[in-house]
Write a protein that binds this ligand. Structure first.
Ligand SMILES: Cc1ncc(COP(=O)(O)O)c(C=O)c1O
Length: 383
């Protein structure tokens, strides 16, 4: 193809545009860290934790090295181990169930809801029953707020209370979203999030945080974060990790948090425009009542019989990238296929893995570019 006729490529996530919006504030924040040299446990770490607590309404924020560590640390703090079962959705990023298996416990996979892609509350009891039938002790539910949208936290809390389970909210993709007017970070026993660069609130490396209102849990998490340290630095009182968020990432996040509200609003506008432009040709995401989303992904479902690879190729030819989250649910992956699966199968998760595809989504997606994407999707569907 003639080089000059090749369409301008559209970024899937435009971190460069965000850098321009931030001006030199991030550069200055990094320079401050370079000047004080407290690269671990510098003052920015506690400043960030306070800012995140104010933003989310959670009593304690314990920053850490990744979203995966955030999940793992909560399970470690609660003593989850062999013989325990943790109920998880299967249609999620692998870290959700991985942390359970890493501790020698058993993830029990349940299905998700076809409209919201979040855990199917009616499937929870089946997961608990299956765990008991296999001689396991059901201890917790890991709820995922997938693609930026909160799960049905009230309904999940009711099942958890009835079954005496604690809830760990995996908000890796959804920090900033709210459920019935309350920001994520205050549902269940604890909430874990990720600051991976592509997340709605991302740093420039790996990072994560745990939110909880439980004082004792917060203390334990702070100990686990540093090798299980006790009050004496050289008396380690439990097993732990090296799971601190480094000061540089905290300094970057402080600056990014200042524009986060604005970015959430901008992402929401993009999502609404996509829905108007595409709602009559593909299945567009549906927000459950009382929920707002931070649109970590804008994931559509293609009509029955659409050749998804052909659709992606048609968009790619026009410079428009797509991604598939997730081509396989957890129970379909090699490392996880021997773990229990509720109700004998997870038809919704499997169907989603076959027909979802995500479109470019970020706060800096301008209207002409969005129109280009909408036109390309409509064209690819009708051919
Ligand atoms: C649902 C979910 N949970 C956990 C994680 C793990 O986060 P991290 O990559 O920061 O370890 C991710 C990251 O993509 C995720 O999407």
């Amino acid at each position: 193809m003639n080089q000059h006729l090749r369409p301008e490529p559209v970024p899937f996530i435009d971190l460069a545009a965000q850098r321009r919006r931030l001006g030199n504030s991030v550069d200055q924040a990094i320079s401050r860290v370079l000047a004080h040299c407290q690269f671990i446990n510098g003052p920015e770490v506690t400043q960030l934790e306070a800012a995140l607590a104010a933003f989310s309404g959670a009593r304690h924020v314990v920053s850490c090295a990744s979203g995966t560590d955030a999940l793992l640390m909560v399970l470690m703090a609660k003593g989850i181990g062999p013989g325990d079962a943790v109920i998880c959705p299967s249609f999620t990023f692998c870290a959700t169930g991985e942390v359970v298996a890493l501790l020698g416990a058993t993830p029990v996979f349940v299905d998700v809801d076809a409209a919201t892609f979040n855990i199917d509350v009616t499937a929870l009891e089946g997961g608990v029953a299956l765990a008991k039938k296999q001689g396991l002790k059901p201890k917790a539910i890991i709820v995922v707020d997938l693609f930026g949208q909160p799960a049905d936290h009230d309904a999940i809390a009711a099942v958890a209370a009835a079954e005496n389970l604690f809830v760990l909210d995996d908000a890796a993709q959804s920090f900033g979203a709210s459920y019935k007017g309350r920001r994520l970070g205050t549902f269940g026993l604890a909430t874990a999030t990720s600051f991976f660069p592509a997340k709605p609130l991302g740093c420039f490396g790996d990072g994560g945080a745990i939110f909880t209102d439980d004082d004792e849990l917060a203390d334990t998490l702070r100990s686990i974060r540093v090798h299980g340290q006790g009050s004496d630095k050289y008396d380690n009182v439990r097993l732990g990790l090296t799971a601190r968020l480094d000061t540089m990432q905290a300094a970057i996040l402080i600056e990014k948090l200042k524009i986060f509200e604005h970015e959430i609003t901008a992402r929401d506008k993009v999502a609404q425009r996509y829905a108007r432009g595409l709602g009559n040709v593909v299945s567009v995401p549906r927000l459950a009542s009382g929920c707002s989303s931070v649109w970590a992904q804008y994931t559509i479902r293609l009509p029955d019989g659409t050749d998804r690879d052909g659709f992606a190729a048609a968009l790619k030819a026009q410079g428009i990238p797509t991604a598939i989250y997730y081509t396989r649910s957890m129970h379909q992956q090699t490392a996880y296929r021997d773990f229990p699966v509720a109700d004998g199968g997870l038809p919704v998760s499997e169907a989603l893995s076959d027909d979802v595809i995500s479109l470019p989504m970020h706060a800096y997606l301008d209207e002409p570019t969005q129109d280009r994407i909408i036109r390309a999707v409509r064209g690819a569907i009708s051919t």
